[in-house]
Write a protein of this length. Structure first.
Ligand code: ZN
Ligand code: ZN
Length: 240
């Protein structure tokens, strides 16, 4: 009997959201799957927001991405930050549910598939050290590691570091968020050679205004990255 089979006898697989019995590890039961707002169909090529209609393979941008400067190339998101999507993110963020990183990594990998390139370097948005101690782990780094593993790409958890403590983004307007995060990240000297002339995929748990991805992209461009794409586990929809 393999290790996996032995573990199944001890711990029958459960839905990661409601603990109902499921037939495979690391997944959702049918009811939770239906309540989880996975993003499918036509999406904004820059931020991953679902868009109405459209032909398969069409490249489209949402209203925000047509008016706001987005320094990165393409972007995707796996879920909308609402309903069960929101609950799963909060559990990953604050509930010490490290087991969620594995299924979430698979969802991210599927969402990012159209924008992945061979030889890409996968990097997480960094958590400030003070928050890293309080929260004990960087959920973005757990997700980026899972995506890199599934995609067979190199992963570098510390290619980006925070230049300063930016505090919380909560309660700030979009302009306030952008101003708060300008210059917030940098590529440390020891990672310059890894980033230089490389296609980079930046991973975060949630995309709200895009200010965090913009600041990360600017730091990577300043370190001469060839291109930057982004993927978030969940995208906050404006009216969602
Ligand atoms: Zn369930
Ligand atoms: Zn967009």
């Amino acid at each position: 009997m393999g290790m996996q089979a032995a573990l199944h006898l001890l711990y029958p697989p459960q839905c990661i959201s409601c603990d109902a019995a499921v037939t495979t590890d690391f997944g959702l039961c049918g009811a939770c799957w239906r309540e989880t707002p996975f993003i499918v169909g036509l999406v904004c090529d820059r931020c991953g927001l679902p868009l109405p209609g459209g032909e398969p393979g069409e490249t489209a941008l949402c209203d925000d991405c047509m008016t706001i400067a987005r320094p990165w190339g393409q972007g995707r998101a796996a879920l909308l930050y609402q309903d069960n999507g929101r609950r799963l993110i909060l559990a990953l963020k604050h509930g010490d549910r490290l087991d969620l990183a594995r299924p979430a990594g698979a969802w991210l990998h599927r969402a990012a598939a159209p924008i992945l390139r061979p030889g890409m370097l996968v990097v997480p948005v960094p958590l400030h050290l003070s928050r890293l101690f309080r929260r004990r782990y960087n959920q973005a780094a757990l997700l980026s590691k899972a995506v890199a593993g599934l995609a067979g790409l190199d992963h570098c958890p510390d290619a980006l570091v925070r230049s300063r403590n930016t505090g919380t983004q909560d309660g700030r307007t979009r302009d306030g968020r952008l101003a708060n995060l300008a210059g917030a990240f940098r590529v440390p000297p020891r990672r310059r050679r890894l980033v230089e002339d490389r296609d980079i995929l930046v991973v975060d748990d949630v995309m709200t205004s895009g200010a965090t991805f913009a600041a990360a992209t600017e730091a990577l461009h300043a370190a001469n990255a060839r291109s930057v794409c982004v993927v978030a586990l969940a995208r906050v929809a404006k009216d969602g």
